[in-house]
Ligand binder design. Structure first.
Ligand code: NAD
Ligand code: AKB
Length: 320
């Protein structure tokens, strides 16, 4: 088998840091090139190659792919739901053109594989609220959701027309402690932990009864790698796979945190992000991913909460 050389675009973001670390364990540090608009990342520093790269600059991206003998691209650069609503044209431009640049280069250079994440944001107010199926009514109401849905069909098109082996997951809201989230509606579920540790209280921008699909980062990284390592014959969905982990509300996660920090309190001050959350399903049916490539989540709310608090606690004590 030819030696794999991986390029991660958006490597300094919430997912990028942990995915780069995981890929480096698999392929070796030197064979995973991290790249981002940001100059460097503290957690990735000294662990392997890092280049400053704008995915919108197709020529420079193409040069890097050829110069570094890249065989796989993981494209993570995007503008997420909440930031996207503030600047819809910018979100559409980056989320679409970035993907098209990568797909074109993958086709021209005959890359082995491409990974590009979609989101539960593809679903809209007319989709089923509970256990939202893989194939259903999809009428997204955010520019982010529209860009993800269009992106899914570009992936499907490049696979069908040009044979580009592009794979995708509709991630739920991701919860992690290593790298901060970058402007999403589900970010509250990360902020609540840092605020609980630092201030003992949290003002939540969603209503207490807002259930959303969520996942702890180790499950999301494992899902990504399992999908990318699955034989092509197992991949029946070339748009993007539903994957499910957790579903909880701000009140439920607050109650879980209170089991560890009894004095913790949450107040609720919903803002413009409430309408985005209200347009998304509360939970996801991922039976197709389970059947096709054996997906199974591991973390439940109590285990995820305990790990988040202990890891953030450790981080805090290191900083003091
Ligand atoms: P993030 O905002 O934390 O990270 C994105 C990274 O891309 C940032 O480091 C940013 O500097 C970089 N970037 C922005 N513009 C760029 C450009 N022009 N060129 C190169 N790099 C650029 O996002 P994330 O949460 O890590 O999300 C990664 C992907 O996963 C996105 O496609 C997102 O839509 C998807 N996703 C994330 C979640 C989640 O909860 N985090 C859920 C569903 C889907
Ligand atoms: C967001 O809230 O925008 C993201 C997502 C679910 O895609 N976390």
């Amino acid at each position: 088998m030819a030696k794999e050389k991986v390029l991660v675009i958006g490597a300094s973001g919430q997912i990028g840091v942990e995915l780069t670390q995981a890929l480096r364990k698999i392929y070796g540090n030197a064979n995973v090139v991290a790249s981002d608009l940001r100059e460097q990342n503290e957690l990735l520093k000294g662990t392997g190659p890092y280049v400053s790269l704008d995915v919108m600059n197709k020529e420079m991206l193409h040069v890097q792919v050829i110069r570094q003998n890249i065989t796989q691209i993981y494209l993570l650069a995007a503008i997420l739901s909440a930031t996207g609503e503030k600047n819809p044209h910018l979100a559409w431009h980056l989320n679409m053109q970035g993907l098209l640049n990568v797909l074109d280069i993958a086709r021209e250079e005959k890359l082995q594989k491409v990974y590009w994440p979609s989101s539960i944001a593809v679903f809209g107010p007319t989709s089923p609220r509970k256990l939202c199926p893989q194939r259903t009514i999809i009428e997204p109401s955010t520019v982010y959701g529209i860009s993800k849905y269009a992106g899914e069909f570009w992936c499907n098109y490049f696979y069908g027309r040009y044979g580009v082996d592009v794979r995708s997951i509709r991630y739920p809201g991701l919860i992690s402690y290593k790298s901060s989230p970058g402007g999403g509606t589900t970010d509250y579920a990360v902020e609540i932990f840092t605020e609980a540790i630092e201030n003992g209280s949290y003002t939540c921008f969603l209503r207490e009864d807002t259930f959303l699909p969520m996942m702890y980062m180790p499950d999301a990284i494992r899902a990504t790698i399992e999908l990318m390592e699955a034989p092509a014959s197992k991949i029946s969905v070339r748009t993007s796979y539903n994957v499910s982990g957790l579903s909880f509300s701000p009140r439920e996660i607050s109650e879980e945190i209170k089991k560890h920090i009894p004095s913790f309190s949450t107040v609720y001050a919903p803002d413009y992000r409430q309408a985005i959350a209200d347009s998304w399903p509360q939970s996801i049916d991922d039976s197709v991913a389970r059947q096709d490539w054996g997906w199974q989540h591991e973390y439940d709310l109590p285990r995820m909460t305990a790990e988040m608090l202990s890891n953030l606690g450790k981080t805090d004590s290191l900083l003091v």
